[in-house]
Design a protein around this ligand. Structure first.
Ligand code: FES
Length: 151
């Protein structure tokens, strides 16, 4: 079935996940309702909110919480270089991999680092990355797996 196909389920019926129900969050993502090149916020149930960024024929699904200091990625911006920019401190993460690709503070701090004491070890700084979520498409919906990982 194509990604843009509408669900064939009767109105009001409960979607059936493509595997054991316990493997998936209870609320699937309706593919036909997603905006392209935008942050789509979805509540998967069980207290889990995600941001969904359609990327070509794939979805990039991440936990809604920024790994830096918990900023709201629901208010993030999809940038031209396929990054997601957190609204709190401007960290940019790759939409494809979820990895941190730019920290504006690094540029600001560059001059200060040149004069930093020997105890400053940038190579041991935390490696931030978004929490990617795996999914399976069935009947025009993306069912998000409870296990970690991305596709
Ligand atoms: S909380 Fe997201 S960049 Fe700081």
């Amino acid at each position: 079935m194509s990604r843009d196909a509408k669900p064939t389920m009767a109105p009001g019926a409960t979607p059936t996940p493509p595997g054991p129900a316990d493997d998936f969050y209870p609320r699937p993502i309706e593919l036909g309702e997603l905006r392209r090149r935008a942050v789509n916020v979805r509540d998967l149930g069980d207290g889990v909110e995600v941001v969904v960024v359609p990327d070509g024929d794939r979805l990039r699904i991440f936990r809604e919480i920024c790994p830096h200091m918990g900023g709201p990625l629901s208010q993030a911006t999809v940038c031209d270089n396929d990054t997601l920019e957190c609204p709190w401190h401007g960290y940019r993460f790759s939409v494809e991999s979820g990895r941190l690709v730019d920290n504006p503070n690094e540029r600001i701090m560059a001059e200060l680092r040149r004069r930093a004491p020997a105890c400053f070890k940038p190579e041991s700084a935390p490696k931030y990355a978004l929490t990617r979520m795996a999914y399976t498409v069935a009947d025009g919906r993306a069912y998000v797996h409870r296990r970690r990982g991305g596709t």
